[in-house]
Write a new protein. Structure first.
Length: 293
């Protein structure tokens, strides 16, 4: 008790606010140090004589300020971009409104040629029933409401392909089981490939999608083909196939002969393709504005 009553100019002692005699600390002369010492003294006793429970500090939130909102990957479905040879822009503007209304009813996910999809479609011959088909997307074509995609699978040793209208009212659900790209934008050559590259289980579970804003994974796999003849001359340059190792099926002379049909000047033809950046930006803004309503 004598220590608690002692007062000096540079240092003094105080009793804990809980009234315990053992919590006697030296109070510094500076008021800031005095508050820190007093708060530590008060928190040492939990009321029942036990020390307080340890509370870990909150985890820091890492924010990458170098990446802006515009740097994140934005996806615009290719059927929204009108072709260059369009003769009536008003037609595509009206179709976009119908496409947006359809997307408000059914979720049409992002997918590419090479992704494995499961499509549930209403059966027109049986009321109240639906059919589910699983396959790899081998082709996407068409613009506007005429956009289509093809799924392929091997069933009982027979190749089955179904062409779906993307905005068909019969489609009830489109699920992406495996989200990825391939080396080519058209995989119709899987008809001449071994069946193992087109065989997928109907009970296949969906793989986890990539993180938001991440790049689309590209499958670098090259398929093995059946013995020739094939349905088309895939070695010709007009197909621009990268997913077939042609050196395993052709000799040097045959590959040299196939190069006679090369058209290397096409990639420098400025009139063949047109810049769609401004069109995509305008359509992207329109689609996001309409979907948010």
């Amino acid at each position: 008790m004598a220590a608690c009553k002692s007062v000096s100019k540079m240092n003094s002692t105080i009793r804990c606010l809980n009234g315990c005699c053992k919590c006697v600390v030296a109070a510094p002369s500076h008021p800031r140090f005095f508050q820190v010492a007093l708060s530590r003294c008060v928190s040492t006793d939990g009321g029942n004589g036990d020390p307080p429970k340890f509370q870990p500090p909150p985890k820091p939130v890492m924010i990458d300020k170098s990446k802006t909102e515009a740097s994140h990957r934005r996806f615009l479905s290719p059927e929204f971009i009108p072709p260059r040879q369009r003769t009536n822009p008003f037609k595509f503007a009206i179709e976009r409104k119908d496409m947006i209304q359809r997307r408000k009813i059914i979720d049409i996910p992002e997918f590419y040629v090479g992704s494995v999809l499961a499509v549930v479609m209403a059966d027109v011959y049986t009321s109240g029933k639906s059919n589910r088909f699983v396959g790899i997307c081998t082709q996407r074509s068409g613009k506007g409401l005429g956009a289509t995609f093809v799924l392929r699978n091997i069933i009982d040793g027979q190749g089955v392909e179904i062409c779906y209208d993307l905005y068909s009212p019969r489609i009830q659900q489109i699920e992406v089981l495996k989200f990825e790209k391939r080396l080519d934008d058209n995989l119709m050559y899987l008809r001449d490939a071994l069946p193992e590259y087109s065989t997928f289980d109907f009970d296949m579970k969906a793989m986890p999608p990539p993180l938001p804003g991440a790049e689309v994974p590209i499958n670098q796999q090259k398929v093995k083909m059946k013995p020739r003849p094939w349905s088309k001359r895939w070695e010709r340059s007009r197909f621009n196939i990268k997913g077939i190792p042609f050196e395993l099926y052709f000799t040097e002379e045959e590959l040299t002969h196939a190069k006679k049909w090369d058209t290397p000047w096409v990639e420098y033809d400025m009139l063949k393709e047109y810049d769609t950046s401004n069109v995509e930006k305008h359509i992207w803004t329109e689609v996001q504005r309409e979907l948010s309503k």
